[in-house]
Design a protein around this ligand. Sequence first.
Ligand SMILES: Nc1nc2c(c(=O)[nH]1)N[C@H]1C(S)=C(S)[C@@H](COP(=O)(O)O)O[C@H]1N2
Ligand SMILES: [Mo]
Length: 409
Amino acid sequence: MVTEGAYDGRRLRQWLDGEARGFSRRDLMKLTAAVGAGTALAPDAAAAAPAPGGPIVKPLPPELFRVFGANAEMRWSAMDGQGYLVPVDRFFVRNHTRTPVIDAATWRLHVTGAGLRHGPVELTYADLRRLPAHTVTTPVECAGNGRSFFTTQQGETVSGTAWQLGAIGVARWRGVRLSTVLRHAGLTRHAVDVLPVGLDDNFVTGGVDLGPVRRPLPIRKALHDVLVAYEMNGQPLPPDHGFPVRLIVPHWIGIASIKWLGSIEVADEPLFSPWNTQFYRLFGPGFPAEGQPFDRQVVKSAFELDRDAQLPAGRPVRLRGRSWSASGRIRHVDVSTDGGGRWRRARPVGGSEGAAWQRWELDWRPEPGRHELLARATDVHGNTQPDVAVHNDLGYLFDAVVRHPVVVA
Ligand SMILES: Nc1nc2c(c(=O)[nH]1)N[C@H]1C(S)=C(S)[C@@H](COP(=O)(O)O)O[C@H]1N2
Ligand SMILES: [Mo]
């Protein structure tokens, strides 16, 4: 398992040597030109200064987080006793560089591009707040959530941050529908793709500046359920989660939900960025050489326990967990406390606001010793968690049932 940075460097060298899959040097030249244009379109980028201190602003106490450089995942034990939503103090953070500090008073959202009817439009924070507000409860989940289990459970090599299952959080997001913003700006019938661009530092890897973090969305998704969010769990967005404004793209991989939103290009042709060509595609044997694109998350489950958690012997234990699917509500969750021999149906707890996830519980009378817990969720469409996830080089979409060791003493 190598770090995301090492992976990026390796991929980039292959790319420069002409061995890259689906992204030629010519593409790189075009990309570099496009990046120049993108920067010119975001004159307020100077308003975003890196935060003093580390790459993440909020405290990362070890009982709530596992930290990987600029990224921090939630420990699942931190959800024990919590409600439906993940509080901000334990919500995972995934930064390509570092959290910028942005002044909402000088911030502008620039809407530009050939897909606009009357030319570019600029919105202030106050403008955005005056547009009709909408609230959605939905997860943000990194495409690589669960990646470490490709290695520890399947013995496979993958690159990227070695997340366990804590690169997900569910929050209640409030803001303006992207469709409202785009219709306010005025779309032509030829709008095809929308490119949201972040105001954080350019992402530089292997000595090459890939420009600001950005990933195109098809106009259909953009007009369907995407939110331009300014609140998280009833409070202004915290700096680490995109203050003043981020995109929330329900059920899609986290990279779609661009934080620190500075501009949105509406194009009349398909758009590309490294985040939908070089990264966030499935590469490896069995996939096309240029990589298989994907956007949607899969089905997963987690126990609200640390790995190797100590549980008391001699009395009943109430196991709790959550399951989620990007395709719809969870229909049922089966739990095994003996390494997969016997399965029992977990009891659902509470509702499933926004179909973000389902809480569940199961009572267990454990014998002293080591045990392996497993949870397998099935959604309303019959999508279920397999025993083995499909390997891909970048370790995305780990959906297999995770074996969770605990010690009863
Ligand atoms: N501008 C910007 N947006 C970004 C990122 C980033 O580094 N910069 N990271 C993306 C990724 S990969 C994920 S998984 C989510 C994480 O959101 P969170 O940090 O609020 O949990 O933000 C996405 N949006
Ligand atoms: Mo991510």
